[in-house]
Design a protein around this ligand. Sequence first.
Ligand SMILES: Nc1ncnc2c1ncn2[C@@H]1O[C@H](COP(=O)(O)OP(=O)(O)O)[C@@H](O)[C@H]1O
Ligand SMILES: [Mg+2]
Ligand SMILES: [Zn+2]
Length: 372
Amino acid sequence: MANLVLYRKYRPQTFAEITGQEHVVQTIKNAISLGAISHAYIFSGPRGSGKTTIARLLAKAANCRERKPRNFEPCNKCSSCLEIMGTRSLDFIEIDAASHRGIDEIRELRDGVKFAPVKEKYKVFVIDECHQLTKEAANALLKTLEEPPNHAIFILATTEIHKMISTIISRCQRFDFRKLNLAEITSRLEFISDRENSRFEKSALELIALNSGGSIRDAESLLDQVLAFAGDLGKDREIKIKDIKELLGIADVEIIGKFVDLLREKNAAGALKLLQDIFEKGYDPQEFSKALIRYLRQVLILKISMDSVNPILIGLAKEDQEKMKAQVEKFSQKEIQTALNLFLDVENKTKYSSIPQLPLELATVDFINPKE
Ligand SMILES: Nc1ncnc2c1ncn2[C@@H]1O[C@H](COP(=O)(O)OP(=O)(O)O)[C@@H](O)[C@H]1O
Ligand SMILES: [Mg+2]
Ligand SMILES: [Zn+2]
């Protein structure tokens, strides 16, 4: 177990362990306990939100040999559960449509569907990234979905439901998964870091959650990196928000905040000096430009919708958000847009410039002293 990446090691093995997605979980639990499982489902939603996890739970619960009537949790001990968990069940077929897009694969699947399950009650087919099937393959799949045998359960998963043909969608019971919010992701990270016996400042875990884009999988991968890095710090040390910033390269936020202040104050000398100082310290101008653009974009979002900003979108710790808010008030929207346009060009120019920081310096001067 020790070498497993966290997101595999902590794939929930019961419905109780799923974070969020309450509407999906509740409906599926009811269907299982009532013995009213559909033959075709479509799970749509962002990556890392639990689609594959819930598909496997559904498959396990449907075939579990020890599940009591009116219960919905799989036992995770019987041969059927264990085979699905070890992905060696002959009656649980996962197809990745991103790499198996064609008609041949779907024909093969269609032929396979006709045969009764080898050992279990149901044959469960999970087709991941289903929107990537070719048109022909999608039509062949539709035929199968029109008259599925009683022993078959199809679960189609997709991150891009708008690319699926509507005739397939209408054959399936549809569930829309959503991005997880900050509190949900943070609590999942707390659970895992506890199990891993590592100590975190609460705001440190929050910062990881903030940088996950609403995907638990991505949050868990970040946590993996942090733990690997913390191993070098010494086992018992509490991991602080400062450590996370350093690791994720968010340390820039403070420097960039200062730089943006100088821009706003039209302090050309100060801004150029700051650039010079940090490049002497070994900062990469291209990385700095990227981080600056990200920062200015967040400033723009905050400017336009001060109240309705989603912290996940912003990806900043609370204290940094507060600082940014104060900064935003002193900026006009026009100024922010001008700065974004100027620095957007820099990113490309830096690649080709023989003096890598020159495009940044020029844009700085241009912003502070606009051309006539
Ligand atoms: N809702 C969730 N609750 C708990 N863990 C989750 C959830 N969604 C994703 N995860 C974590 O992320 C990993 C990948 O999730 P997965 O179900 O494969 O996402 P996808 O929606 O991309 O299929 C899981 O193994 C688990 O560790
Ligand atoms: Mg998946
Ligand atoms: Zn079982």
